[in-house]
Design a protein around this ligand. Structure first.
Ligand SMILES: NC(=O)c1ccc[n+]([C@@H]2O[C@H](COP(=O)([O-])OP(=O)(O)OC[C@H]3O[C@@H](n4cnc5c(N)ncnc54)[C@H](OP(=O)(O)O)[C@@H]3O)[C@@H](O)[C@H]2O)c1
Length: 156
């Protein structure tokens, strides 16, 4: 991993104001990393980060909606200016575990909303941050998935 001025690796976790994302932030920060806590509502992100910074962890809340290209571009610009590189991207944000839907009757607005966050979101994040990850000495991208997206467990 690349080391910053304080000898810390830099990580971003999307959808990190609660749930699994918040715990991933906590565990990466406990390993000595500077972790950018992505939250589509910045106030929720700040509130989530408070408890972690109270544990003397380096957690930086930032506004990030993975369904909005402008939001992603803004964060990429900030990270480039602030650190110049990125070591770890955790694509965690996810919505609409819509197992109630069937392909032949699915509400396509719901499907579109899910695709924007669950599919195009991580894809956009990769496109925006791979140039910064290439500057890391050991960059990693972690895509958090779900059994709901497992072809092996899908049935008619
Ligand atoms: N929990 C499980 O049992 C389980 C099992 C398998 C896989 N997973 C996967 O693990 C990941 C996290 O799951 P979780 O249970 O922790 O989910 P969760 O508690 O529902 O949290 C989802 C997080 O994603 C954020 N988010 C939603 N849309 C977003 C967007 N457009 N841009 C940025 N952030 C957005 C939410 O923000 P808001 O607070 O603003 O809504 C929230 O912070 C998901 O990818 C999920 O598919 C979870």
């Amino acid at each position: 991993m690349t080391q910053d001025k304080k000898n810390r690796a830099i990580a971003i976790v999307t959808g990190a104001n609660r749930g699994i994302g918040l715990e991933v932030v906590r565990q990466l920060a406990h390993r000595g990393m500077s972790v950018i806590l992505g939250s589509r509502d910045l106030e929720k992100g700040k509130a989530a980060a408070v408890a972690l910074t109270n544990e003397s962890l380096t957690v930086i809340p930032r506004q990030l909606d993975v369904s909005e290209p402008e939001s992603i571009a803004r964060l990429a610009t900030q990270v480039e200016a602030e650190f110049g590189y990125l070591d770890i991207l955790v694509n965690n944000a996810g919505i609409l575990y819509d197992t109630w839907q069937q392909a032949n009757t699915a509400d396509l607005d719901t499907v579109r909303q899910a695709l924007e966050t669950n599919t195009f979101g991580p894809w956009r994040m990769c496109q925006a941050f791979i140039p910064l990850i290439r500057r890391s000495q050991g960059g990693r991208i972690v895509n958090v998935s779900s059994e709901g997206g497992s072809l092996a467990s899908m049935s008619g």
